[in-house]
Design a protein around this ligand. Structure first.
Ligand code: SF4
Length: 454
């Protein structure tokens, strides 16, 4: 049973990457050859993982760190769908025939900002331009405050079989302080409609570290959420970055909890969720013992990408819409974050790529090492030596040296033949992975770029 050690958390809680990619997003460059980025694709037998960013929201949650557009003009979504369909049409000739969609995800913003009719329109477009595996994992993020049963029906017709909903906190005083009023009825209705439609797999997102939260109030929120019985839970630490998200400045006058209170909340999160049948997958993620994420971690097949932890590897991530990030085995490319720049590029028939990176052999190898730590919690030196044509212990002698103090603190075991993250070390997985990050080793400052590691 994982019992968090607060002294170790105090010691290791430093800014660090979340490793949804390696190299991490601050290393993507506008100078990278856009044609070369656009030409990156995989062979005809690799599956596709599609991502669509729907940026619109009806009102602003003051804690939000997402790329979004606050509006109530529904026709903006029609225009945006025009752009998405055009971007897909630009992209499709690159895809060799026969490649199938294994995963599809709608993120935002708020995907259910789209009306049911708009979802139906986009659904027809997708199904006439892509072919799907019969067991494809098709998921969407949902905002229960604006969700209707008709939305669920349209998403169901599209093929959605998983959903993820933001709850953040159930306490009215917290909701008022962050400008997001979401009742128990909103949540229960959304879950009932999803389950009635046969979409039984549901993730809920919570955030700790918001104004008015205390360890005791968050404990009550956790018990309230357990009553919903979600399959997965993501419990994020609120990242206060007002220099990037100016609206967050409003929260400074509203009783943000002290760091020590946040640590106590983290202790409660891990203890209460693991005591109630949830497996700690890693980072902020928990899943029921029978959930595919838990099973994938136990089987050693868990993956990590821009959407967090995933059960499908070896797929090409093709992302569409403003700010979205695509991934191939040798590259990352990100679309323009600004709707005007994105819309102009697509309207003129250009790939809307703003920045990216072409990976070196060293990047590819370090990505594999870091993702193995993040997902499998284990490194077999001879397997990695063989896979990458190196002498692992020699090549990573500096990294292994950096890990020795963490070994003394009981975060991992450095054997002759392998590295194993301990149960306690799972909370510090980012600190362990950082030892293999060549860009951090070059001495760059992490302050302001990354959230804290725990
Ligand atoms: S938290 Fe979600 S609903 Fe709220 S503003 Fe951000 S993207 Fe929109």
């Amino acid at each position: 049973m994982l019992k968090p050690d607060l002294n170790l958390i105090r010691k290791y809680n430093q800014p660090g990457p979340r490793y949804t990619s390696y190299p991490t997003a601050p290393h993507f460059s506008e100078e990278t050859d856009k044609q070369a980025l656009a030409a990156q694709t995989e062979s005809e037998d690799s599956d596709l993982s599609l991502y669509f960013h729907i940026p619109f929201c009806r009102s602003l949650c003051w804690f939000c760190g997402c790329t979004k557009i606050i509006t109530t003009q529904q026709d903006k979504a029609d225009h945006y769908l025009d752009l998405l369909e055009k971007e897909i049409s630009l992209f499709l000739p690159r895809i060799k025939p026969g490649r199938k969609v294994r995963q599809l995800h709608f993120g935002g913003g708020t995907p259910n900002y789209l009306t049911p009719a708009q979802i139906d329109r986009f659904s027809s477009f997708l199904h006439s331009h892509f072919s799907f595996h019969p067991d494809a994992e098709i998921s969407t993020e949902l905002d229960p405050r604006t969700l209707t049963e008709e939305h669920i029906q349209s998403f169901k017709n599209l093929g959605i079989n998983r959903a993820s909903m933001g709850v953040q906190d159930v306490k009215p005083e917290v909701q008022e302080a962050v400008h997001r009023i979401q009742t128990d009825e909103h949540n229960r209705n959304a879950l009932k409609w999803l389950r009635n439609a046969g979409i039984s797999s549901c993730n809920l997102d919570l955030i700790y570290g918001l104004p008015k939260q205390t360890p005791e109030s968050f404990e009550e929120t956790l018990h309230h959420i357990l009553d919903y019985s979600p399959d997965r839970l993501a419990v994020f630490s609120y990242a206060h970055v007002p220099w990037i998200m100016p609206a967050q400045k409003i929260l400074e006058a509203k009783d943000l909890p002290e760091p020590e209170a946040k640590l106590k909340m983290l202790e409660k999160i891990i203890t209460i969720l693991t005591d109630n049948g949830y497996h700690y997958v890693g980072m902020d993620h928990f899943a029921k013992e029978t959930d595919p994420l838990t099973v994938a971690q136990k089987n050693g097949t868990l993956q990590r990408n821009f959407q967090g932890y995933s059960t499908h590897g070896g797929v090409e991530i093709c992302a569409f819409g403003m700010s979205s990030i695509s991934q191939t085995s040798r590259s990352y490319r990100q679309n323009f974050k600004d709707i005007t720049d994105y819309g102009q590029a697509v309207s003129e028939g250009h790939y809307p790529i703003d920045r990216g990176i072409l990976l070196t052999d060293e990047d590819v190898m370090r990505r594999d090492i870091i993702m193995s730590i993040m997902c499998q919690l284990h490194l077999d030196y001879s397997a990695k030596s063989e896979q990458h044509g190196i002498d692992f212990k020699q090549h990573f002698a500096d990294s292994l040296e950096l890990l020795k103090p963490m070994e003394k603190d009981g975060l991992l075991e450095l054997g002759e033949k392998s590295l194993q993250v301990t149960e306690q070390g799972r909370l510090f997985i980012r600190n362990i992975a950082m030892s293999f990050d060549a860009y951090l080793a070059q001495g760059e400052s992490q302050k302001g770029k990354f959230s804290k590691t725990v």
